[in-house]
Design a protein. Structure first.
Length: 366
């Protein structure tokens, strides 16, 4: 299946495979599912039961050369799943795979960026940073390993099996990895803040959108923290002191209570928390503005052309808002749209679009 620059529209009844197709394309960008935590849920039940092989393969053109991204799943009859990544036929690590094909995915569930728990917002910012900076993937992996080691030690100290002084080594390691994550998150959120404001105003001039980073870094006296602590080294120094102050609490709770794994960022709609004051329609526009800002930053920083993947975004929008969305996204190089109702898409706005029907997992152009 060859996709064109500009609009590619996939249509068909619900449950025919549109979302599965889009998730497969997105997986070639971020190396994991956007919907499920375990890849086993992506595999056909018959294949899981009997074993076999599944593959996702895509070829993208970037800067006049082709990139072939491939994910292979080998499933044993014991239901063990072996996952292998390849770029241009060469086996690579997860961090080497992410960012070769850049894309941004938006579906109806992304309203959870507004209304969901902090975990959803951390996932949003981690995916963006992973696509623009391969080192971020490594930082996250190292950080998670240190957190596991520190938490295990906290439990042992609480149970009297280890000495509190042993935390010195792990606290230094934790501060080192955390400082880079804090720094990169703040830097990218400042850019997302500006871009998303502009997109939101384009959709609705009455939406004043603001974003505020809420790092779990210790007691911060004012909103200008990152102006004073404007480097990973300065952030590490501050966070090290915070970790030391939180030791007693961490030992008592047997858990690390500070760090990027507890981060959040606030989304404000007309000076109030969007999760409280924004209607469902407004929340959808705000979350779409964040996603379009993500695509804009990938384009600006990586100098690549991200694929914009929009799954059934028009189903809850009125005609005026649908037209505004089409106008805003027209500037992106390649847009994949899905819908169960073609009447929701104004063909006059996308007269050079390529159309594909999907039925029972089969795709047919036209």
């Amino acid at each position: 299946m060859d996709l064109e620059e500009g609009f590619n529209v996939f249509y068909g009844d619900n449950g025919q495979g549109k979302s599965n197709l889009f998730e497969g394309i997105y997986l070639l960008s971020i190396a994991k599912s956007s919907r499920v935590s375990n890849d086993k849920f992506l595999i056909n039940n018959n294949l899981l039961e009997n074993g076999g092989h599944a593959q996702i393969l895509g070829i993208a053109e970037e800067n006049n050369h082709n990139i072939k991204a491939q994910v292979d799943y080998n499933i044993s009859q014991a239901k063990d799943l072996d996952k292998t990544f390849r770029i241009n036929g060469v086996i690579v690590t997860t961090q080497e795979f992410v960012g070769n094909i850049n894309s941004v995915f938006f579906d109806t569930d992304d309203i959870a960026i507004i209304s969901g728990p902090p975990l959803v917002r951390r996932k949003y910012i981690n995916i963006l940073l992973s696509q623009i900076n391969n080192e971020h993937v490594k930082n996250l992996q190292r950080y998670q390993k240190v957190i596991l080691q520190r938490n295990s030690l906290l439990k042992n100290i609480k149970d009297g099996r280890s000495n509190e002084n042993e935390l010195d080594f792990w606290d230094d390691r934790l501060a080192e990895e955390a400082s880079n994550i804090f720094y990169e998150r703040n830097k990218i959120l400042l850019k997302i803040r500006e871009n998303s404001r502009n997109f939101a105003l384009g959709f609705n001039k009455n939406i004043r959108l603001d974003i505020k980073y809420l790092p779990k870094i210790g007691r911060v006296e004012n909103d200008n923290f990152f102006q004073e602590y404007n480097s990973p080294e300065k952030i590490k120094s501050f966070f090290s002191i915070s970790l030391n102050k939180s030791r007693s609490r961490d030992i008592d709770q047997r858990n690390t209570t500070l760090g990027p794994h507890r981060d959040d960022f606030g989304i404000f709609f007309n000076d109030s928390p969007a999760s409280i004051t924004a209607s469902r329609g407004q929340a959808r526009i705000i979350s779409l503005s964040l996603k379009l800002s993500e695509a804009e930053e990938i384009k600006n920083i990586v100098k690549a052309k991200p694929i914009l993947i929009l799954d059934d975004i028009f189903s809850e929008l009125d005609e005026i808002m649908r037209e505004k969305v089409l106008n805003e996204i027209t500037g992106f190089d390649q847009i994949l749209l899905s819908t169960a109702d073609l009447a929701l898409i104004d063909r006059n706005k996308i007269n050079k679009a390529k159309f594909f029907s999907i039925k029972n997992g089969s795709i047919k152009q036209g």
